[in-house]
Ligand binder design. Structure first.
Ligand SMILES: [Fe+2]
Length: 222
């Protein structure tokens, strides 16, 4: 994993063995994950686990204050409007048997529209002060979560992405990054199957509704 002080550039330390394993898993006949949160029928092939990734250098250090699932409004940031295009990101967290994982904490953190993270390592004068930067919500009985955020801005050489962490009692933490299909180039050694598994399509905004993306997460048995 990165240390918090490490710059967030191209990463040469990603786990090669893990990647080989994920590539191997990618060749197995798993079912694609559907949009429903129902458990799989008896005898059905297991779901493919969502690939994991490093937590990176910008994992939030202080979870006090406004950390809810609406990253577009920040308590205390009066008179300003968040920059960027609104995006609703939602999905379901399930295990490989399709069982919804209820009461799991889902966290996201991401760059603002300027490509800056809300993190002590980033000069606050360079950020969008109206953007919450990170948030946490709990999955419901169907394993579903939802965040209102913005499309992350570009920074460095990395494609836009949103970091995810899922924590549930009795399970090891799960960490990954979500990318946007069509803008998911990655020079750090991702194999195409992993890249695609971590990429979402964005449904454009309609009258009264922001753009949206569905990112379902499958956790391997531990
Ligand atoms: Fe990042």
């Amino acid at each position: 994993m990165h240390s918090p002080s490490r710059p967030h550039g191209p990463d040469t330390t990603r786990g090669t063995l893990r990647r080989r394993l994920l590539r191997w898993l990618g060749g197995l006949p798993f079912l694609p994950l559907g949009l429903t949160a129902a458990a799989l029928p008896a005898g059905a092939a297991p779901l493919r686990p969502t690939p994991e990734d490093d937590i990176g250098p910008f994992y939030p250090l202080d979870w006090n204050g406004d950390i809810d699932g609406d990253l577009t409004t920040l308590a205390g940031a009066t008179g300003t409007t968040v920059e960027g295009a609104l995006l609703r990101v939602s999905g379901a967290v399930r295990d490989t048997a399709g069982k919804p994982l209820a009461d799991a904490a889902v966290e996201i953190w991401q760059a603002d529209a300027r490509g800056r993270y809300r993190h002590p390592g980033v000069d606050p004068r360079t950020r969008d002060s109206a953007f919450q930067g990170f948030g946490r919500t709990m999955t419901d009985a169907q394993g579903r979560y939802s965040f209102l955020t913005i499309l992350p801005g570009n920074y460095g050489t990395r494609p836009p992405h949103i970091h995810f962490r899922v924590a549930q009692p009795g399970r090891a933490e799960f960490v990954t990054q979500m990318y946007f299909r069509g803008n998911n180039r990655e020079g750090n050694g991702y194999a195409p199957p992993e890249r695609e598994a971590l990429s979402v399509d964005v449904t454009p905004a309609k009258a009264g509704a922001p753009a949206s993306a569905t990112f379902d997460i499958v956790l391997a048995a531990r």
